[in-house]
Design a protein around this ligand. Structure first.
Ligand SMILES: *Cc1c(COP(=O)(O)O)cnc(C)c1O
Ligand code: SF4
Length: 348
């Protein structure tokens, strides 16, 4: 076992929070509301206020900044190229049309079955549970979808449940979004109570970045709900860089694992953030220390405003080869791309 989680003398002493724990831990909803939304405040917190005018010149204000303070605390001070900062800071690079980068990059509009229900792959249906996230990631397709009422939670999930019930080929329900754990646990329980009465549903999968960006979300109520579900459960978290995984995240993952859920991670390959073999290898190793196995490494969806994050396919393959050469097979994520109309994620 690597030392960074348990041992302050390990290779990453800066990752261990030195602050004493407050007597009464703050509720996740309060921490959510307390997120940073002002780019200048963010730059101030990371010691870059003197460069704010340059860094923010011409930045896109249509997809707002949003990042929880705990995630900001993991950014390096005074480093405008910090890999966590670059994932959330609006920049002028997002403006301007780049050919091939579109608003609906992965054919979601064609896969819609019911309000908030996407059915692309055999046996698996995806519910857009909510459009909300605790963080706004600059590379995300969400920048173009305000969602509104296009979520499966509308109408107390009834239309979504009816669509799932009507198709006996569906064995696995994926909760996605947005971030499904943005919903109150009682709202999630409302869904799973109804799903439990659908005999062909065997697995529930939750795609969430909250255990990474706001690990306090993994509270007793969530664990109680998850642990009691009558399905096999999979939680797919989303971390892109090893610096995202501090002791608070490790704790959240350990609590999730205790419910019996299988923990996986998906990452997006992002230029200037995680596009080198050393970073990706370290990410896999730290995930494993947290009890999480790497699942997918996604080539970027070609979403308008994200072209500056793209890594070309030849380099992506070279990185995957380098990972295979230095890690055990179970720590090598599958390098895939989402191709509209394909029968699965497409390996590169
Ligand atoms: C990615 C995705 C899935 C899950 O695919 P897996 O390969 O099983 O992880 C399911 N449904 C939709 C609509 C998806 O986009
Ligand atoms: S958490 Fe996921 S869905 Fe939400 S903005 Fe980030 S990448 Fe997009």
């Amino acid at each position: 076992m690597r030392g960074f989680l348990a041992d302050a003398a390990g290779p990453y002493p800066a990752m261990i929070p030195a602050k004493p724990l407050p007597a009464q831990p703050r509720r996740w909803q309060e921490l959510w509301r307390d997120a940073i939304t002002d780019p200048r405040e963010l730059l101030d917190l990371v010691g870059l206020s003197d460069r704010a005018d340059t860094l923010l010149a011409g930045a896109d204000s249509r997809f707002a900044l949003r990042v929880p303070r705990g995630f900001v605390a993991r950014m390096r001070r005074g480093d405008a190229n910090d890999p966590l900062l670059l994932q959330v800071l609006p920049s002028a690079a997002e403006l301007g049309d780049v050919p091939g980068f579109a608003r609906d990059a992965v054919g979601d509009l064609d896969a819609r079955r019911e309000r908030g229900v996407l059915h692309k792959y055999r046996g698996r249906a995806l519910l857009i549970a909510t459009g909300s996230c605790a963080v706004n990631c600059r590379y995300c397709f969400r920048r173009h979808f305000p969602y509104g009422e296009e979520t499966a939670a509308a109408n107390r999930w009834q239309d979504a449940i009816a669509a799932l019930r009507a198709d006996a080929s569906i064995e696995e329900v994926l909760l996605s979004g947005g971030d499904p754990l943005s919903l109150a646990t009682s709202k999630l329980a409302e869904l799973t109570e109804a799903l439990a009465a659908v005999p062909h549903i065997r697995r529930l999968r939750i795609h969430t970045r909250l255990p990474i960006v706001l690990p306090e979300r993994v509270d007793a109520a969530l664990l109680g709900w998850l642990g009691a579900l009558p399905f096999a459960r999979v939680v797919v978290v989303h971390a892109n860089h090893p610096n995202e995984l501090d002791a608070s995240v490790a704790g959240a993952c350990a609590r999730l694992a205790q419910t019996g859920a299988t923990l996986l991670n998906q990452s997006v390959l992002l230029r200037g953030i995680n596009d080198d073999a050393g970073t990706l290898a370290e990410l896999s190793e730290r995930l494993f220390d947290c009890g999480v196995l790497p699942y997918y490494l996604h080539q970027l969806d070609r979403v308008a405003g994200t072209a500056h994050f793209e890594v070309d396919d030849a380099r992506a393959r070279a990185l995957a080869d380098a990972l295979r050469a230095r890690l055990p097979g179970y720590l090598v994520p599958r390098l895939v791309r989402e191709v509209a109309g394909a029968a699965s994620k497409t390996p590169l």
